[in-house]
Design a binder for this molecule. Sequence first.
Ligand code: MRU
Length: 345
Amino acid sequence: MKHETMEFTDGGLNLIDQRKLPGEVTYFRATDYRDVRLAISDMVVRGAPAIGATGAYGTYLAALEYSSRPKDEFLQLVKEACDQLASARPTAVNLTWAIDQMKGLIDEHADQPIEEILEVLFDGAEEIAAEDVEINKEMARHGVEVVPRGANVLTHCNTGALATVGYGTALGVIREAHKTGKGIHVYADETRPRLQGARLTAFELVEEEISATLIADSVAATLIRDKKVDVVLVGADRVAANGDTANKIGTYGLSELCAVHDVPFYVVAPTSTVDYSVESGADIEIEERSPEEVLMINGKRIAPEEIDVYNPAFDVTPAKNVTGVITERGIARSPLKESLSRFND
Ligand code: MRU
């Protein structure tokens, strides 16, 4: 992508403001961990890997803020800030994963001077960010195998450079298939209610000059039934140990359509998205977001004041509907519990 999703400069984290794309390309600058928490919860930055790396920088910013305090107080306050950051959004495990990595570094270096802990934390955040791009490229190299030449690929939400530090997960595979001359065509779901497909995926597809058609979410069923989709590629916010996958609301429905019409359905996610501590999808917390997201479009109310709203941000696709999970370490196929367990070391 022509624009960076995030960049840490001069003591602050610059995040492309995804609330304003594609109309305005502007950056939100987070100079303390509270700004970072707000950026995650308000979806300035979104997408599981992107919020993970953002959380890591947030931990560093908290440490910087408290660096003049006595050591015990410093450690306590940074830990509290980590808890605050981790609670910004509950479903994507990458956020807690990245913050746990940073907490691990703090524990490991707790005996050292604060100045040194700061350095270790900054390097740790930079490493999480840099590794994310490498991991995405690795997933793309594995994933491109499942995309037939000339395929029509359907994708949901935004899983591209914007949802990660760079390149993307499912959209990374699409990017790779395009780059390697597979001559693909993409159907991008608009992804109500936040329209990540219409606003962000379409933005990335147009920038990359990938042949694509934007569709309303409800069009996917007709396309899949009419054999106009060869493969569905989606991302994930959390994959349970048995392969059940939490992802953007609407993913489960797509997976059922694929199962009925015999279309391959792949999840593309780094192994850091697999939560081995969670046995099945039933144990994944699903974030519910503000009713305003459903009641309003572009700041304009479209429904009556009195109506009740149910707005879960994610749903869970059962492992039986998942043809494979494409990770940086290879493709896990059925039985997913067994094949995913091989990546748990
Ligand atoms: O609510 P969002 O926009 O953060 O949801 C994003 C998704 O559901 C993505 O599919 C998932 O995080 C994987 S992103 C590479």
